[in-house]
Design a protein around this ligand. Structure first.
Ligand SMILES: Nc1nc2c(ncn2[C@@H]2O[C@H](COP(=O)(O)OP(=O)(O)OP(=O)(O)O)[C@@H](O)[C@H]2O)c(=O)[nH]1
Ligand SMILES: C=C(OP(=O)(O)O)C(=O)O
Length: 285
C-alpha cells in the first residue's frame, strides 16, 4: 500500500543544541557536530520510500541553508521534498512539532534530529507498521534506553499531539499512543551523550557525522589498564606499542563505566594534544 507520510523534524538553534555532546569531538566546533547530526537524520528521512515530504522546523540560518538543499542517499530513489519552515512559535520542541504538523494533509510523524545512524529502511518499516494500524491510533517508537521517544506518528486527520521531553515514552503512552515494538536499532539510536555517539559509530554513521568524527571515534588506539585508582578515578594505560599513557578522571568519567580492572582492554581517545579524553570498551565501536 503506498504511503504518503509527512515527517516533521525540529532542529534547535545550533549554538544551544545538543549541550550534553559539547566537546565530544575535540577540534570540531560544537555547531558543526550538531548540524551534522541533523543533516544525516534529514537525509535518511528524505530517502525513506514511505515519506513524501520532510518539514524541518528551525530558526537557525545555518540549518536552513544546509537542509534546504538537502539531497537523498547517493544512488537511491529521488528523495522526498525537504521544506524548511521557521520555528515561529519559538516555544520549544513540542510547539515546533505541532507547527510543522499543522500543514500536513495525510499521515504525519515527528522525529528527533539526532539520529545520525538512521537507515531509511528502518524508518520505512516503522512507518509501515504504524500505517497498518486500525484508524485513529497514534504510535510511537521509544529510544534505545526506552524512556525517550524518537518517532511519533498520527494517521490522517488525527492531531500529532507530541509529548517529547524527559520521560516522553511514558507521556506518549499516557496520552493514548501505542508503542511500536520493531527491531530498529538505527531508528532508536538517538545521540545525546558521547557514549551514544560511540554506539552510533558502531551502527554506522551517515556521511556528514562520519566525516567529522573519523579518527576520534573510528580509528582509536587500544591499550590495557596498567593502574587504576578508584578514588581519583585516574590511572595509567599500557598501549599496544609498549608505551605508558596516564589518563585523567575526566577520561574515565566520559567512559560510561563504573569500574576498571587491571588488564582490561580499552579503546583510547585523545585530543589533538595527545591527552586522553575518553576510554571505552572496545565493543562500543
Ligand atoms: N525547532 C526546535 N527544535 C527543538 C527545540 N528543542 C529541541 N529541539 C529538537 O528536538 C530534538 C530532541 O531534542 P533533544 O534531544 O532534547 O536535543 P537538545 O535539546 O538539542 O539536547 P540537550 O541540550 O542535550 O538537551 C532535537 O532534534 C532538537 O534539535 C526547540 O525549541 N525548537
Ligand atoms: C526530547 C527527547 O529526547 P532526548 O532524550 O534526546 O532529550 C525525548 O526523548 O522525548
Amino acid at each position: 500500500m503506498p504511503q504518503t507520510w509527512t515527517v516533521v523534524v525540529p532542529v534547535k538553534r545550533l549554538a544551544v543544541a545538543k549541550s550534553r555532546l559539547r566537546g565530544a569531538v575535540p577540534a570540531v566546533p560544537h555547531a558543526t557536530l550538531a548540524l551534522a547530526l541533523a543533516t544525516d537524520t534529514v537525509r535518511a528521512v528524505a530517502g525513506c520510500v514511505a515519506v513524501t515530504e520532510v518539514v524541518v522546523v528551525t530558526d537557525d540560518a545555518r540549518v536552513t541553508a544546509a537542509l534546504a538543499r538537502q539531497e537523498g542517499p547517493a544512488g537511491g530513489r529521488r528523495p522526498a521534498r525537504v521544506r524548511v519552515v521557521p520555528d515561529s512559535p519559538d516555544a520549544g520542541l513540542n510547539a515546533a512539532l505541532r507547527h510543522g504538523a499543522a500543514t500536513a494533509v495525510g499521515p504525519v510523524a515527528g522525529i528527533t534530529a539526532d539520529l545520525p545512524a538512521l537507515r531509511p529502511a528502518e524508518l520505512a518499516a516503522a512507518l509501515t507498521a504504524a500505517h497498518d494500524d486500525p484508524p485513529g491510533v497514534r504510535r510511537f517508537v521509544a529510544d534505545a534506553p526506552g524512556d525517550g521517544t524518537v518517532l511519533l506518528t498520527a494517521p490522517a486527520g488525527v492531531p500529532l499531539d507530541p509529548r517529547f521531553g524527559g520521560g516522553s515514552a511514558a507521556a506518549h503512552a499516557v496520552s493514548g499512543a501505542v508503542p511500536l515494538t520493531g527491531d530498529w536499532p538505527t531508528l532508536r539510536r538517538d545521540v545525546d551523550t558521547p557514549t551514544d555517539l560511540a554506539a552510533a559509530v558502531a551502527l554506522g554513521l551517515g556521511a556528514s557525522t562520519a566525516a567529522i568524527v573519523r579518527g576520534v571515534y573510528g580509528d582509536a588506539m587500544q591499550g590495557t589498564v596498567a593502574t587504576f585508582d578508584a578514588t581519583t578515578r585516574s590511572g595509567v594505560l599500557l598501549l599496544d606499542d609498549g608505551t605508558e599513557l596516564p589518563f585523567p578522571a575526566r577520561a574515565f568519567d566520559a567512559s560510561g563505566l563504573r569500574l576498571l580492572r587491571l588488564g582490561q582492554r580499552l579503546r583510547v581517545e585523545t585530543d589533538p594534544t595527545g591527552e586522553v579524553v575518553r576510554v571505552t570498551l572496545p565493543t562500543m565501536a
